[in-house]
Design a protein around this ligand. Sequence first.
Ligand code: ATP
Ligand code: MG
Length: 180
Amino acid sequence: MRGLIIGRYQPFHKGHLEVVKCVLKEVDDLIIGIGSAQISHTLENPFTAGERITMISEALKEEGLKCHYIIPIPDIWNNSLWVKHVIALTPSFNVVYTGNPLARRLFMEEGVEVREVPMFDRRKYSGTEIRRRMIMGEDWESLVPPAVARVIKQIKGVERLRDITRSDELTHLRRGDISP
Ligand code: ATP
Ligand code: MG
């Protein structure tokens, strides 16, 4: 039996890792779909699909876990076609595991079996919280697997995120605010 999980993984954190461990108890084969794969270098999506693949594969290797497919899934901005889009990009799967109500509804409407996974300390283990801590200079490393922290440091991910924050502030200024 093959299962699918989908997230943006910006970045892949310990909550995601717990989901993978749970799902691997129920399926022989796992597909990890990387959503919004075309987006990078934004506050919500700082990392490229390639960087996210590296983070996930290194984290799974570190834990001795097997995942045969990590597949980038670009957005199509059309909810009614989204499941067909996912199916077209992935090997066939029997069940989807998601905590996201919209994803759950879309898969169910296409007749795909959906199973729930429990949330692991959602207050801490959340991409939004991790990116906030990176920007504020607070501890983020304890919220991600050590391999993910290594990849983020290697690609200077925190510096990138802070740079993006700065350039976002500049875009809010009017032209006359910036003197030559
Ligand atoms: P962001 O805050 O950037 O949206 P996120 O932590 O919600 O990040 P996503 O990349 O959006 O993570 O991945 C979404 C998937 O991961 C969903 O199916 C969601 O239910 C699951 N997920 C996220 N955090 C946890 C957690 N702490 N425990 C269990 N599942 C989680
Ligand atoms: Mg989310």
